[in-house]
Design a protein around this ligand. Structure first.
Ligand SMILES: Nc1ncnc2c1ncn2[C@@H]1O[C@H](COP(=O)(O)OP(=O)(O)O)[C@@H](O)[C@H]1O
Ligand SMILES: [Mg+2]
Length: 301
C-alpha cells in the first residue's frame, strides 16, 4: 500500500467515524462521485463579517446534513478558532513540514464541523520547497471524499494570499455591507480577479443591512458598476443578513449566533443562504477537488 492510500484509509476511517456515515466499503464505492463544493468567503474590505459568516454558514450546512470543513486562511484578529472558542495546538505548518498528517491537525468545532487551523502557515506558502508542497498535496488528497463543503475564510483585500485562495476555489462569495467603502473595495477585488486572472463568476452576500430592500440596492449598485466598467461578469445575488447586535454577544460568548439565537432574523437569513447554496446543482459548477485546490495554490506562488 503506498503512503497516500494508507493515509486516505486512515482519514476515511476517521471521517466516517466522525460523521457516523457509511462503512468504509460504501465510501470507496461513492468516492468518485463526491468531491466537495469549494467555496471561498472573501471581501474587499475587512470587518464586513466574513469569519462570522463562515462559522454560521458551516453550522447551517451541517444541519442540512453536509459534512463541512473550514480552512482558516485569514490571519485577522478574530479568526474562526476564537469565534468557536477553540484552541488549536497544531496547524497547517505541521503538515507542510511532515510532522503531522492531516488527521492530526484537524480540530472539531461545534456540531462536528472540522477546521484546518492555519497559523502562520498561510503566510509561508510562498516559500515552500518541492518536498513541502508534496506533503501538502498528498495529505489533502486523503480527505477529498470525507467532506461535502469546504469553506475558506480568505481574509480581505487584494493581497496575493486572498487572490490565490479566490482563484483556487470553485465558488467565491464576496461579502459587502452598505458602507460605500465596502462596495468600492468589493469592486476593486472583482476588478483585479477579472482583469488579471480572468475570474468571471462571483456570488454576492450583503451583510449588516437594514433589510431586503437596502441589500438589493447594494447589490444593484455593485452589479451596475461591474457591468458598466468591467464587462461580462456573473454576479449572483446570494442573499443578505440584517445588522444584528446579537453578533457581538455571540462573539463574546464564543458561540455562533445560529446556536445562541436560532430564532432571530439574522440566524434565519443564514439558514436561507445555506439552503440556497445547497440547491445550486453541482452540474452548474466547474470540477474541483481539495487536492486540485492546493495544487493551484502552490502553483500560484
Ligand atoms: N450582521 C451583522 N450585524 C452586526 N454585527 C455584525 C454582523 N456581522 C458581523 N458583525 C460583527 O462585525 C465584526 C466583524 O466581523 P468578522 O466576522 O470578524 O469580519 P471579517 O472576518 O470580515 O473581518 C464582528 O464584531 C462581528 O460581530
Ligand atoms: Mg475575519
Amino acid at each position: 500500500m503506498d503512503q497516500a492510500s494508507g493515509l486516505r484509509q486512515m482519514v476515511d476511517k476517521k471521517a466516517s467515524y466522525m460523521y457516523n456515515t457509511n462503512t468504509p466499503q460504501k465510501k470507496i464505492k461513492r468516492r468518485s462521485l463526491t468531491t466537495p463544493r469549494i467555496i471561498a468567503v472573501t471581501s474587499g474590505k475587512g470587518g464586513v463579517g466574513k469569519t462570522n459568516i463562515v462559522g454560521n454558514l458551516a453550522i447551517a450546512f451541517r444541519r442540512l446534513g453536509k459534512r463541512v470543513l473550514i480552512l482558516d486562511a485569514d490571519l485577522g484578529l478574530a479568526n474562526i478558532d476564537i469565534i468557536f472558542g477553540l484552541n488549536p495546538q497544531y496547524n497547517i505548518n505541521h503538515v507542510i513540514n511532515g510532522e503531522k498528517d492531516i488527521a492530526g491537525i484537524l480540530i472539531k468545532g461545534p456540531e462536528d464541523i472540522y477546521i484546518i487551523p492555519a497559523g502562520s502557515g498561510i503566510q509561508e506558502l510562498s516559500q515552500l520547497t518541492e518536498g513541502q508542497k508534496l506533503n501538502l498535496l498528498s495529505e489533502f488528497d486523503a480527505i477529498d471524499d470525507s467532506f461535502d463543503i469546504f469553506l475558506i475564510d480568505t481574509g480581505a483585500g487584494i493581497s496575493s494570499n486572498v487572490i490565490y485562495f479566490n482563484i483556487a476555489a470553485v465558488e467565491r462569495i464576496v461579502v459587502v455591507t452598505p458602507e460605500p467603502t465596502s462596495i468600492t473595495d468589493a469592486y476593486a477585488l472583482i476588478k483585479v480577479m477579472y482583469t488579471k486572472h480572468g475570474t468571471d463568476t462571483f456570488k454576492i452576500l450583503v451583510n449588516m443591512t437594514k433589510g431586503a430592500a437596502e441589500a438589493e440596492a447594494v447589490y444593484k449598485n455593485l452589479s451596475s458598476s461591474v457591468t458598466r466598467f468591467l464587462g461580462d461578469i456573473s454576479l449572483d445575488y446570494t442573499g443578505f443578513i440584517p445588522r444584528d447586535d446579537n453578533f457581538h454577544k455571540a462573539v463574546k460568548k464564543q458561540q455562533a449566533i445560529i446556536q445562541l439565537y436560532p430564532e432571530t432574523a439574522s440566524s434565519q437569513s443564514i439558514i436561507k443562504i445555506a439552503e440556497y447554496l445547497s440547491r445550486l446543482s453541482r452540474e452548474e459548477l466547474p470540477d474541483g477537488n481539495i487536492k486540485f485546490f492546493w495544487k493551484k495554490i502552490v502553483a500560484s506562488y
